[in-house]
Write a protein that binds this ligand. Sequence first.
Ligand SMILES: CC(C)c1ccc(C(=O)O)c(O)c1O
Ligand SMILES: [Fe+2]
Length: 301
Amino acid sequence: MNIDDIRYRRLGYVALTVTDLEKSRHFYETLVGLKMDEEPDGECAFFRCSDRHHDLVIYTGQEPALKRVAWQMESDKALEAVRQHFSGLGIETVAVSAEEQAKLGIGEAFRMTEPTTGATFEFYCDMLDAPSAYETTHTKIARLGHLVINSPDRAATEKFLMEDMNFRVSDRIKGMVTFMRCFPNPYHHSFGVGASKSAGLNHVNFMVTEMADVGKANNRMKKANVPIVFGIGKHPPSESVFIYFLDPDGMTVEYSYGMEEFPEEAPRDPRDLPASLESIDYWEGVPDPKMAKIGVVEPLK
Ligand SMILES: CC(C)c1ccc(C(=O)O)c(O)c1O
Ligand SMILES: [Fe+2]
């Protein structure tokens, strides 16, 4: 096995910790437009925007947090390759129990602590299908798009993801953020690393199918008194039209429309965009200071 055997299908799912499960359930189901198949069991609630078991899971807890980020591997071989690679580095890998696999609707899986941020990463290959096809609601959500994490050492996080997880850099905004793809997934970024004083959640993104989904969110969130913290705008790195808003705990969620795709062979080189607001919004918007501030990194238990 070598590093090239570590191949991903996609950003699998994101797990967040919220302080009020019912409030957050209402937000993610009714305002974001995700589908919940089963009533929450008191511990957690599963949501989807695909035909798979879940794309987002929220757990109840003491403080808002990024609980874990889960990566769906391309094959069992790729799952074993990444596990062996971490073991070779002396990084502990913790198997997900059969009981928890059953609850999550996933096959064999393991977790580890990403060493530069302390974030919990999970790796699995198989996830059950949902009981029915995903039907869009007010918003034509196309997929769970990406997660951006704040890192106290952006260069070190980027290096770990490239050298030890076989990610690729699509673009950087100097001193601010690195956009990365989990190879060979084609999307411009399924993960971003933001420079920050401490590790934490920056935001979770859902890709939408029409520009109207972004415009409608602007009106829907305002009507529901949900804080909009950036947008509507257009991002230069991925060329997407975006809006960011806050969940009930203040964690940042983004909708965006449009994203560059990369071929597996002979992709373009990453660009280094200047460290300025023009690099995050063609339309000259300015983010609210509350954007990307809430969500500690929850350690692996
Ligand atoms: C402002 C943030 C970090 C940002 C910048 C650019 C893009 C993009 O090009 O898609 C994002 O998704 C972002 O979240
Ligand atoms: Fe984003």
